[in-house]
Design a protein around this ligand. Structure first.
Ligand SMILES: [Zn+2]
Length: 414
């Protein structure tokens, strides 16, 4: 393996995109706040230089932000030993100005994380997912229970969260606050942001879960300093997010990019969206599990299920079980097809593969990457590098929490 396998590190200082979003002018007050947040501890002079504005205008607006309780003055980084004197005064985000929550819903477990305004994790919570497809009442009930757990873990009282971001699989209309379709939900076009907002007592922002994972990269991970990159996620489904010009791409309808439901085979395998031949019907957990049952237990339903079944399939494939190995080999070839299509369509500077299923290394082996390269047009330039982030835990929820941080920031800075 010549590609780095990295875990998402907590940002040493600051959070949020370090580069301004292209084509999205922002009020100077917000630009100042976001520059300070991205840098962690930043002097007024550095802010003025970064934004190419006069120090006087920065001084006036920072006084205003300090008075309103959004920024504070702190000690800057210590001067070099050769230089004497007191450390310079720096600005920092006031972490306790508000607290936000991020929830991630999936069909196995739900996770939640509480952040302060500086992006520090205050607490985490996790619950098993409600079984089967849910009606609106079940979603509200489960979300309220998880948020109550989170409040206890983070020592945040009832209604103490200024905003809640929610990531879930499916076609999520971010600006409209509705879920057009999700494998978790019984109903189509559910106005989930309003329903949850009333129940949880805070504004709720929705996002597709792969988009939330992409936001986690952009706010807290390898994407903070990157302008253009794609994130491909494998969990129970196959998702994708794209950052172009330092901002998350959402389609015209706010639905984002549904890589998992692009068609790779006419009249192919049945997908959980109800159509045939979708990419995820060949790569996602349920696709592998469908074949694993046949390969390992002769078609009977006895034995392991879900993640246990896949772990067993993975171990058998590693040990040379021919049918088990062929299942991963085929899934890996479809993965190569997916990655080459992403590279051809979007020309990203890099592709980040993320999600818990990255521990099945056959899905991103050197052979898979080599096959991806063979499927690309030989332009004479190197194909985009592929990085693996085998995240677990609360990272997807942190991406959802970034939505809430953004929402609170916009409200606070005009
Ligand atoms: Zn589909």
């Amino acid at each position: 393996m010549n590609r780095a396998v990295a875990l998402l590190e907590p940002a040493p200082a600051g959070c949020g995109p370090a580069l301004p979003a292209a084509g999205a002018p922002r009020p100077l007050r917000r630009a100042i706040y976001e520059t300070v947040r991205a840098g962690g501890r930043v002097s007024r002079a550095e802010v003025a230089k970064a934004l190419d504005v006069s120090p006087a205008s920065v001084t006036a607006l920072t006084s205003d932000l300090i008075a309103a309780g959004h920024l504070l003055e702190t000690e800057g980084p210590a001067p070099a030993p050769a230089r004497r004197g007191r450390p310079p005064v720096a600005l920092a985000v006031r972490p306790g100005a508000a607290r936000v929550a991020g929830l991630r819903m999936s069909d196995e477990s739900w996770s939640a994380v509480a952040l302060d305004m500086g992006g520090a994790v205050l607490g985490e919570a996790r619950r098993a997912a409600p079984p089967g497809r849910m009606d609106a009442d079940t979603v509200e009930e489960a979300a309220a229970a998880l948020l109550a757990d989170l409040g206890r873990a983070a020592r945040v009282g009832p209604e103490g969260f200024a905003s809640v971001g929610v990531g879930l699989p499916g076609m999520v209309d971010h600006p409209g606050g509705a879920v057009a379709w999700s494998p978790l939900l019984l109903r189509r076009d559910l106005p989930l942001a309003d329903l949850l907002g009333r129940r949880l007592g805070a504004p709720v922002l929705l996002e597709n879960d792969a988009q939330a994972a992409t936001l986690a990269e952009l706010w807290f991970g390898a994407g903070r300093f990157a302008a253009d990159f794609a994130v491909v996620t494998i969990e129970n489904g196959l998702g994708m997010g794209l950052v172009a010009g330092n901002r998350l791409t959402r389609g015209g309808g706010g639905l984002g990019l549904e890589l998992g439901h692009t068609k790779v085979q006419l009249d192919g395998a049945l997908c959980r969206c109800g159509r045939r031949g979708c990419l995820e019907a060949y790569v996602a957990d349920y696709a592998l599990a469908r074949e694993a049952e046949t390969a390992l237990v002769g078609g009977s339903r006895a034995g392991a299920v879900g993640a246990d079944l896949l772990d067993r399939l993975h171990a058998e494939a590693k040990a040379g079980h021919p049918a088990a190995a062929s299942i991963f080999r085929r899934a890996g070839r479809y993965m190569a097809l997916a990655l080459s299509n992403v590279a051809l369509l979007f020309d990203p500077a890099k592709i980040i593969l993320s999600g818990e299923r990255m521990r099945y290394d056959q899905l991103h082996s050197d052979e898979v990457i080599e096959e991806m390269r063979r499927l690309l047009i030989d332009s004479g330039r190197p194909p985009p590098p592929v990085e693996i982030h085998a995240w677990g835990g609360s990272v997807w929820a942190r991406g959802a929490a970034a939505l809430a941080l953004q929402h609170v920031t916009e409200a606070a800075t005009g």
